[in-house]
Design a protein around this ligand. Structure first.
Ligand SMILES: [Zn+2]
Ligand SMILES: [Zn+2]
Length: 127
């Protein structure tokens, strides 16, 4: 991948946050450093970073894609109330590839899972 300052600034922005931002959130933050950048450029660069394995894209059902700098083996919970995305690390999920391989004879390379529901804070609000 050829060096591009725009892409470098975008990558730094994704790296600096843990809130699984949308392209729009990255765009608004990057605008302060590169005032003439467009949302399309930000989106294109984010996807290039995903293709090169530098960041991860999380597809959220019925909502915008999210971007994550943390590449370690973890899955996500999407709160349909506050629209936040949270990390889940569970031993049950870590062993799931082996279980599926045994049941199907497929070779599993990766899996993506998004759990939807309500986060702890939104659950408390409901009580
Ligand atoms: Zn919530
Ligand atoms: Zn994550």
């Amino acid at each position: 991948m050829k060096y591009s300052r725009q892409r470098e600034v975008i990558l730094e922005e994704v790296k600096s946050r843990y809130d699984h931002p949308t392209a729009d959130m990255i765009y608004k933050a990057v605008l302060e450093k590169i005032p003439n950048i467009s949302l399309g450029t930000v989106y294109r660069n984010l996807n290039q970073l995903v293709e090169h394995g530098l960041i991860r894209k999380i597809l959220i059902p019925d909502d915008s894609d999210r971007f994550d700098y943390c590449l370690s083996n973890h899955q996500h919970l999407y709160c349909t109330d506050c629209k936040n995305v949270f990390d889940i690390e569970s031993d049950v999920l870590k062993g799931i590839d082996a279980v599926i391989e045994k049941e199907t004879n497929y070779t599993i390379l990766s899996h993506e899972m998004v759990f939807t529901g309500f986060c702890e804070r939104c659950n408390r609000k409901k009580d």
